[in-house]
Design a protein around this ligand. Sequence first.
Ligand SMILES: *Cc1c(COP(=O)(O)O)cnc(C)c1O
Length: 339
Amino acid sequence: MEINLISDTVTKPTEGMLKAMLNAEVGDDVFGADPTVNLLQEKVAKLFGMEAALFFPSGTMANQVAIKIHTQPGDKMFCDKWAHVYNYEGGGAAFNSGVTSHLIDGDRGMFTAEQLEKAALGRGDIHVPFNRLVCIENTTNKGGGACWDFEELIKIGKVSRANNLAYHLDGARLFNALVAKNETPKQYGELFDTISICLSKGLGAPVGSVLVGTNEHIEKALRVRKLFGGGMRQAGFLAAAGIYALDNLVDRLAEDHSRAKAIGAVLENCSYVKKVEPIETNIVIFYVNDAIDPMDFIKKMEQKRILLISMGDGKIRIVTHLDFTDDMLAVLLEELKLF
Ligand SMILES: *Cc1c(COP(=O)(O)O)cnc(C)c1O
């Protein structure tokens, strides 16, 4: 038995999801004629109480298109130093949009309204870029699945509006946060200008992300998605997986969270573990003692057919997901105790 915990993207479609995909009614979505894609887009827009939504092949493209529609070349975007949009999208903000990233030194991928306010000083001076956009990530990936305090997000929204900044949420794992904190998509829809969500992470779809926003933003995004090469044809087969996931696989995220917490509890008691980051959702980040090379630890686990990943800076990451069962959890916990 292989236990793959490198990401929640490794899941394969469930039987019910495959059936939904096979039965999808499709058309050419570049002409807006795929009924299943349209259904997914309407569903997500409604879920967030926003005007419109657009289906994307990846979260990266959804975020990058959002950055593009909110900015002009030379503008500045604010994000945490650990943000996915800065660290893991191939330098896309600079490459695609000519945007400078101002990195805020947050805590586990989260900063405060006060930090943003300080960072946004100096607007109007000809020496400095135009401040145009704030990107938030919830849950934070490199921050170990941490959830933002919604009150702080409201405050950041106020600072953003006062400074004429667009407010984008990278919600690749937003549903994990919603389940963990008992929040609703509508709360987020009211606060942000645009939100990207991934269907292919904890929700278990094979492919797909959705960007939600106003009609005006989504019309622009449709054009930029085409320009970026993201116009897909009979994408309804993929959209059907997303619809299935939203209808059936959201509440179960709580299981991933409780398995992650069980792993964290065992790691806390392992003598070779230096530190375990607080666990709020489905990501466990921990550090081994200095005497152990983290890459060596990962290699030894791999020999036991347990796959983990390094996140740099000595961080080892475990991500629980739909295809990680209680049987696998039991094996993993034994191996961690024995190591
Ligand atoms: C996975 C992820 C994305 C998008 O990734 P894709 O692999 O392009 O779908 C964006 N932001 C965060 C925080 C992520 O974890």
